[in-house]
Write a protein that binds this ligand. Structure first.
Ligand code: BGC
Length: 761
């Protein structure tokens, strides 16, 4: 390994910062990006020779000791961290704990520490951003594979697929020279209006946890650190930088924290991003209770906590309350709270050196854990067919068939002469929008393109926009005429990623479809009853027309293969198998945060009065009929559940009891079913929701095939958080084990008695 040169000394007119970094890293650890691969070894070494002269010209200490312990990959990580830390000056440690550009920390050439590059996340690797501004850097090699929305991934209920997606993103991140990926986002879908629900994994803590663990393990298998975000309670975009969340301890522990806990304890996530909002009067990026007490002490997190961009607010609080890396504020980088002001505070004795050491240590630990210093670090790969295939699978398996009367779907092209495709979303590109999760996609197949390709030459497809932002009424008239003349209508509407829709920085104003789509759909279905409604984005109110249309699909945002995936589902090449990761209410006021009038808060405070009763926990406990329940999703085949057996095992940590049951494919097509297991407690000492998801399994069945499914339930499946005891309690009690195809489609149930109370953390 060669170290000790400093590409920073090259003037910016010669190389941009990312180029300098790419060159430096290429020379340090072998070519990493597409651009670097194009550089010949000779070019690399002649640059390096010139660069090695530069430190002495500038009076710097030349070259790190190539025999230093920390450079030896065979040494344990902790020893390497200790060794490197012991060689660092306070100034160098400070350089590890704050940004030096929008998405990097500084290199320390004297010690061979390269720049550390971060990228959004979580739906692929974002395009490169300029050094000091939010403008795109304008690179030509920063395209990546656009993955579907996080909520679509959650709708697959397939943690193995989440692993595959994480792995693909990790490979692309490495190919793009990144070290930390800013995702996954695991904030709970508390209100349908949150502008970032599309990035997250829905309303249930158990489902979110399983998806997060899969994603992170896949991503981190590629020498990348995931950064799970936004810790915690960032459940609305309205006043996100300041809103103070009041919530009781049980709801915090049972609903909003489990996915973070699973991410760090089971997924092994190396980084956590603090949220913008406040919790109990303290900003989450400097929140003693969340960061020091819960994350680091209780959960034993050894990685780093970074701020959301501009989420840090004071040197003192950052220094003392658990932040390890400050990112993204607008002042000069050396004036960040954790830059010169922190160094001054260390020097004056206001803050202990041990605090800085701990922060620097955590940053270094993540670098060693992801093999930043090691020769064999993975190089990754970009936009491969395999990555595109993963994206396609997620899109296809995540589409939810909500309704399919008289089996109008799948479409048979032999029976159809003309299809009217109506709706702006049929032609809109979605990947490169929505805020920080935007992806400059290698390509993106729109729904119309996918449908035209799949329908083939013998089917005439007529497109009519129907609506657009600020569109004229004759758009609707033309769409109605097209609908009348067609055999079938495929309406492709829903939300888009414009501000006020599914987009970072603001919440939706209401739960209605935008651009008068309710009226438009009603007119279209009146003109042609064979209207299939496909909604993109997160769910919206459907009450005005849902009973009139024969088929409805929720197709989210499907990434670069969105159109092909949708066409495969509509024409039956793929059998729908997605299940809702969120309840769709009939009207907004039915959902808890709105029924109780607590959204979006008053005078800067939002109180989560519904407590534990989020999503289906509310609808089921209060007996409110949703439009479509959590876990719902139809198939072109049918499944029969039978033979539930509860096998008592007695191993509290892995399986107190195992639920075993059969699923039989009773239809004529192969297809996948997601079997869901809910637990109901009969006489809890503290009130509990009617039922809670504690297990699920996705199984693929040929026609007439039967599969036996086993779902082990450990003590955690029976526990609730007891704030008085400050621990989890699985109470000696009777429980019902409920199994079925959705939270409202319980096919099997049996009782189980927990013989003794178990407490645990
Ligand atoms: C978002 C984060 C994102 C960061 C960097 C913030 O505004 O909340 O999710 O990772 O910007 O783009």
């Amino acid at each position: 390994m060669v170290a000790g040169w400093d590409v920073e000394f090259l003037p910016s007119s010669v190389l941009s910062i990312p180029q300098k970094n790419r060159l430096a890293t290429a020379c340090l650890s072998g070519p990493r990006t597409y651009t670097q691969r194009l550089m010949t070894r000779t070019t690399c070494f002649s640059f390096l020779f010139a660069l090695m002269l530069l430190p002495s010209l500038h009076g710097q200490t030349p070259l790190a000791d190539p025999h230093a312990l920390y450079l030896d990959p065979s040494q344990p990580i902790e020893k390497r961290v200790d060794d490197l830390l012991s060689r660092m000056t306070p100034e160098e440690k400070i350089a590890m704990v704050h940004a030096d550009s929008k998405f990097s920390t500084a290199a320390i050439p004297r010690l061979g520490i390269p720049y550390r590059w971060m990228s959004d996340g979580p739906l692929g690797v974002r395009e490169d951003i300029s050094h000091d501004s939010w403008n795109a850097a304008g690179h030509t090699d920063d395209y990546s594979t656009a993955m579907p929305a996080g909520i679509c991934l959650a709708a697959t209920w397939d943690p193995e697929l989440a692993y595959a997606e994480g792995q693909a993103i990790g490979q692309e991140a490495r190919a793009r020279g990144k070290d930390i990926m800013l995702g996954p986002g695991v904030n709970i879908y508390r209100t349908p209006l949150c502008g970032r629900n599309f990035e997250y994994f829905g309303e249930d803590p158990f489902l979110s946890s399983r998806m997060a663990v899969g994603y992170i393990q896949g991503e981190q298998s590629q020498d990348i650190s995931s950064c799970v975000k936004h810790f915690a309670l960032n459940n609305q975009e309205f006043e996100r930088g300041s809103i103070d969340v009041e919530i009781d301890e049980r709801a915090l522990r049972e609903i909003y924290l489990p996915a973070f806990r699973a991410a760090v304890q089971e997924g092994g996530a190396w980084s956590v991003m603090g949220a913008y909002n406040q919790f109990r009067g303290q900003h989450c990026c400097e929140n003693d209770y969340l960061l020091n007490e819960i994350l680091k002490k209780e959960w034993g997190f050894k990685g780093l906590v970074m701020s959301d961009w501009g989420g840090a607010h004071s040197t003192r609080e950052c220094a003392l309350y658990g932040l390890d890396l400050e990112m993204g504020s607008s002042q000069p980088y050396n004036e960040y709270y954790l830059a010169q002001p922190y160094l001054d505070g260390i020097k004056s004795g206001e803050f202990p050196m041990s605090g800085l050491d701990d922060k620097a240590r955590r940053n270094l630990r993540v670098m060693f854990a992801t093999h930043v210093f090691d020769p064999g670090r993975t190089n990754g790969s970009l936009n491969t067919p395999a990555h595109q295939m993963v994206s396609r699978r997620v899109a296809e398996e995540g589409i939810v068939l909500l309704k399919n009367e008289n089996n109008i779907l799948p479409l048979d092209p032999a029976q159809i002469k003309t299809i009217a495709v109506i709706g702006e979303n049929a032609v809109r590109l979605q990947a490169h929008y929505g805020g920080s999760s935007e992806i400059k996609s290698f390509y993106e197949i729109t729904p119309l393109q996918g449908l035209v390709k799949r329908a083939g030459r013998d089917v005439n497809i007529v497109f009519s926009e129907g609506y657009e932002k600020g569109g004229s009424p004759d758009l609707a008239d033309r769409a109605v005429a097209a609908a009348k003349a067609a055999d079938v209508v495929i309406y492709v509407g829903g939300l888009n990623k414009d501000a006020g829709g599914d987009c970072e920085g603001a919440d939706r104003k209401n739960f209605k479809l935008p651009y008068n789509q309710d009226e438009l759909i009603q007119k279209i279905v009146a003109a042609n009853p064979k209207t299939i409604v496909v909604l993109l984005g997160t769910p919206a109110e459907m009450d005005a027309w849902v009973d009139q249309v024969p088929a409805v699909l929720q197709a989210w945002y499907g990434g670069l293969e969105a159109g092909n995936a949708l066409a495969a589902i509509l024409f039956g090449d793929a059998n729908p198998s997605g299940k809702l990761p969120c309840t769709i209410p009939k009207k907004l006021e039915d959902s808890p945060a709105h029924a109780l009038g607590t959204y979006p808060g008053t005078n800067g405070v939002v109180t989560y009065k519904e407590g534990l009763l989020v999503g289906y926990r509310w609808f089921d406990t209060k007996n409110i009929a949703p439009q479509f329940p959590f876990g719902h999703g139809l198939s072109y085949t049918s499944f029969k559940y039978s033979n539930l057996k509860l096998i008592v095992d007695g191993d509290d940590d892995s399986a107190v009891v195992t639920a075993q049951f059969d699923i039989h494919n009773t239809g004529s097509r192969a297809g996948a079913e997601v079997a869901q297991l809910y637990v109901h407690e009969n006489g809890p000492d503290l009130p509990r929701p009617e039922k809670e998801l504690k297990g699920f399994k996705r199984v693929y069945l040929q026609p007439d095939q039967t599969v036996t499914v086993s779902i082990p339930l450990s003590k955690t499946a029976f526990g609730y958080y007891d704030p008085t005891r400050k621990s989890w309690v699985a109470q000696k009690d009777d429980f019902k084990i409920l199994v079925g195809g959705s939270s409202r489609d319980i096919q099997l149930s049996d009782s189980f008695k927990l013989p003794a109370t178990l407490t645990f953390n």
